[in-house]
Design a protein around this ligand. Structure first.
Ligand code: PEP
Length: 234
């Protein structure tokens, strides 16, 4: 199936107002109808992007609550008001550093969809889990936690396979290895909604850069990338 590519930039806790302007003018030169671009800057920078631009904006996380006394949190509505149409959910850094459980990730994803944001669900195994050949088991658990009880959310989701050992290490998965896992993910998702599984965009994330992206994007089940470090270089 022909799916358009989505390239999503995760700036994490990096960037500046100056980078917003620089990136906007560099990306203005990109005209490719097969390619969707998405920037996920720190939330404080979202409002600095002009409304007229040729790329989408996203948040890096959101609260599973609608509003209220949750100091420091950001709701789906606040992200949308700031210009976001996507939101990253369950990034491994948040699962690890902020102790986000599978259940919380599922609740956040449901909240994003309910508000009209497109969630990018991140899944992926640690180095140890990979060595123990538990990659598929871990990813199946992370997917099931979200879609087993709410399969209708799959059609509204993007999924990013991000092996944790490849994030920020310079050691990307090989295109073959990434394809193998993406094919597993797509196959696993058919039990929830076969039509949605065929259509869902599967991004690869983990040390993607200008040198290795083409080979990754040639793979059948890779529909784009979630890019961290390299996305800060216009
Ligand atoms: C990420 O954090 O989502 C990521 C893929 O980072 P990097 O590209 O730096 O490995």
């Amino acid at each position: 199936m022909q799916r358009t590519w989505l390239i999503a930039a995760n700036w994490k806790m990096n960037g500046s107002a100056a980078l917003v302007d620089e990136m906007t003018s560099v990306l203005a030169n990109i005209t490719n109808s097969q390619l969707q671009l998405l920037l996920c800057p720190p939330a404080t920078l979202l409002c600095r992007f002009k409304t007229a631009r040729n790329f989408a904006l996203g948040g890096q996380t959101l609260s599973h609550e609608v509003s209220g006394a949750y100091t420091g949190e950001l709701s789906a509505a606040l992200l949308q008001e700031a210009g976001a149409s996507y939101v990253i959910v369950g990034h491994s850094e948040r699962r690890t550093l902020n102790a986000e459980s599978d259940e919380l990730v599922a609740a956040k994803l449901a909240r994003a969809v309910a508000a009209g944001l497109t969630p990018i669900l991140c899944v992926g195994e640690t180095q140890m889990q990979r060595q123990q050949e538990k990659t598929q088991q871990v990813i199946a658990r992370q997917l099931d936690a979200v879609y087993a009880s709410q399969p209708e959310l799959l059609a509204k989701s993007v999924i990013a396979y991000e092996p944790i050992w490849a994030i920020g290490t310079g050691e990307s998965a090989t295109p073959e290895l990434a394809q193998q896992t993406h094919a597993f993910i797509r196959q696993h998702l058919t039990q929830y909604d076969a039509a949605a599984a065929a259509k869902v965009k599967l991004l690869y994330g983990g040390s993607v850069n200008a040198d290795n992206c083409s080979a990754l994007f040639m793979q059948t089940d890779i529909d784009g990338a979630l890019v961290g470090g390299a996305s800060l270089k216009p």
